[in-house]
Design a protein around this ligand. Structure first.
Ligand code: PMT
Length: 407
C-alpha cells in the first residue's frame, strides 16, 4: 500500500502486444516520479504478461474483466475512471485504437476509457503495415480530434523483423511526456487569475412542495455548479454557493447557503448579492410551483386524477440582473432541447446577461447528472462552441471567458 498520498494517480492501460513487458518499466518510472499507478489490462495483454506482475508492483488488484468472479469492485470501471489524473495506454495496439475510436466498450480498459474524464495518452506499437493501414490512420485522426494525446511510435527493427515505423517509443520518453501533461494541467489550473473576484453561484435543483411528502423537482445533480465553484476557488476567487438539492457534496472551503425552493434560493441569493462581483445561475430552478401547498398529505382514495394549479416562481437570474450593482457580471445557463443557440441568445437579451452557457441536454454526455458537458459559451461579441469535456474543464473555459470580459 502507498504510505503517503502521491502527487498524481495514473491509470496504466496495457493492451496485447509484444511490447507489453515495457509497461512494467513505465510503471516503475512513474512510481519513482511520485505517481500512484493502477493497472488495467486487456485479456490479450495477459497472454504476454501476467497480471500478478503488476499486482506485485502496485499492491492493487489488476482488473481485466469487470465480470470476473474475484473482482472486488462490481462497478470497477466507474470507480477506477473517476480517480485517475491520466489514463496512459502502453502499448496501444491497432485493435485498442480501433475500439477507442469507435466507442466499443467490451472490456474493462475500453469501458474505463469511455467512463473517464481524465486526459488520455496512448503509446502505440505494432507492425508497420498495421500502423500505416488507412483504417488505423483514420482511427488515429478520430482519436486526436477527440483530444487523445499520442506518443508516436518510432522507426526501427520491429518484433516481426521488418523495419519501419511501429516500434514503441522509449519508456523514458513516454514517462516524461505523461508527466509533462500531468504537470501542465496542474499548473494551468493553479493560476491565481481570479484573485479579488467574489463568485456567487446557484447550484442544483430546487424542490417545490406539493404537500408534506411530495414535491416538483428536476434531475440536476449540482456537478456543473460545484465544478465552477471549485475551479473559481482554485484560481483565487472567493466563492459562495446557494444550493438546492444536489446528489454530490460541495467542495471544501467554500461558503454554502441552502435554498431548497426557488423562493428560498432567491432569498439566499439576494442576501449574498451585495458581496458578489460575479453571479452565475447554474441551478436548475423550477419555473412553476404549486399555487398552494397542502398542509396534510393528499390522500388518493376516491380520486382518479389530481389537478395541481401552478404559479410562476421568482426568476432569480432576472432579479439579480435587475438589481445589479456596478461591476457585477451576470452569467446564466440555458438547458435546451431544441433551437439551443437561438433560445440561449434570447435568454441573454431578455435577462440582460453578460454571458450565457448553452447546453443541449439531448446530447449524450451533456446536461444533467453527468461528469461531462457539451456547451456553447455566448457573450455579446463571441460564440465559443465546445466539444464534449469534463465539467471541470468546461468550468475553466467559462472562467477564461470571465477574465476576457473583465479585460
Ligand atoms: O447540476 P448538473 O446535474 O451538473 O446539471 C447541470 C445543469 C444542466 C443543471 C446546468 O448545466 C444548467 O444548464 N443549468 C440551468 C438549467 C436551467 O434551469 O435552465 P433554464 O433554461 O430553465 O434557465 C435559464 C437560466 O435562468 C439558468 O441560469 C437558471 O439558473 C435561471 N433561472 C431559471 C428559472 C428561475 N426561476 N430562476 C432562474 O434563476
Amino acid at each position: 500500500m502507498n504510505e503517503s498520498k502521491k502527487k498524481f494517480c495514473v491509470g496504466l492501460g496495457v493492451s496485447g502486444g509484444i511490447a507489453a513487458y515495457k509497461a512494467i518499466e513505465v510503471l516503475r518510472l512513474l512510481q519513482k516520479s511520485d505517481c500512484e499507478v493502477q493497472v488495467a489490462m486487456t485479456k490479450h495483454a495477459t497472454e504476454f504478461i501476467q497480471p500478478l506482475t503488476f499486482r506485485a508492483l502496485t499492491d492493487s488488484y489488476v482488473l481485466v474483466d469487470d465480470y470476473e468472479p474475484n473482482n472486488p469492485d462490481p462497478i470497477a470501471h466507474i470507480n477506477f475512471s473517476q480517480n485517475i489524473d491520466l489514463l496512459l495506454i502502453v502499448p496501444a495496439t491497432a485493435n485498442i485504437l480501433a475500439k477507442l475510436a469507435n466507442g466499443i466498450a467490451d472490456d474493462f480498459l475500453t469501458s474505463t476509457y469511455l467512463a473517464s474524464t481524465a486526459p488520455v495518452m496512448v503509446a502505440p506499437a505494432m507492425n508497420v503495415t498495421m500502423w500505416e493501414h488507412p483504417t488505423t490512420q483514420r482511427n488515429i485522426e478520430t482519436l486526436k480530434k477527440d483530444g487523445v494525446h499520442f506518443v508516436e511510435p518510432v522507426s526501427g527493427e520491429l518484433a516481426c523483423k521488418t523495419v519501419g515505423t511501429g516500434k514503441l517509443e522509449d519508456v523514458e520518453n513516454i514517462t516524461s511526456q505523461a508527466l509533462k501533461l500531468l504537470n501542465q494541467r496542474e499548473n494551468n489550473t493553479s493560476i491565481q487569475d481570479l484573485t479579488g473576484e467574489s463568485f456567487l453561484i446557484t447550484v442544483g435543483g430546487t424542490r417545490e412542495a406539493i404537500d408534506p411528502v411530495r414535491f416538483i423537482s428536476n434531475h440536476s445533480s449540482g456537478k456543473m455548479g460545484f465544478a465552477l465553484a471549485k475551479a473559481a476557488k482554485h484560481r483565487g476567487a472567493e466563492v459562495t454557493v446557494v444550493k438546492g438539492k444536489t446528489s454530490v457534496e460541495p467542495p471544501e472551503d467554500i461558503k454554502v447557503v441552502n435554498g431548497i425552493s426557488a423562493e428560498e434560493m432567491c432569498q439566499g441569493v439576494m442576501k449574498e448579492l451585495p458581496n458578489a462581483t460575479v453571479f452565475v445561475g447554474a441551478a436548475a430552478v423550477a419555473d412553476y410551483r404549486p399555487k398552494e401547498i397542502v398542509t396534510s398529505k393528499i390522500k388518493k382514495e376516491k380520486k382518479d386524477s389530481l389537478t395541481l394549479e401552478l404559479e410562476k416562481t421568482p426568476d432569480i437570474l432576472s432579479t439579480v440582473s435587475k438589481n445589479r450593482h456596478e461591476g457585477l457580471m451576470v452569467i446564466g445557463f440555458a438547458a435546451e432541447t431544441n433551437n439551443v443557440i437561438e433560445y440561449a441568445k434570447s435568454k441573454m437579451q431578455k435577462k440582460n446577461l453578460d454571458m450565457v452557457v448553452a447546453n443541449d441536454i439531448t446530447k449524450k454526455g451533456a446536461g444533467f447528472n453527468t461528469d461531462t458537458n457539451i456547451a456553447t459559451i455566448i457573450t455579446q461579441e463571441n460564440q465559443l462552441d465546445l466539444p464534449l469535456m469534463s465539467k471541470r474543464d468546461l468550468a475553466n473555459k467559462i472562467l477564461n471567458e470571465v477574465i476576457k470580459l473583465r479585460n
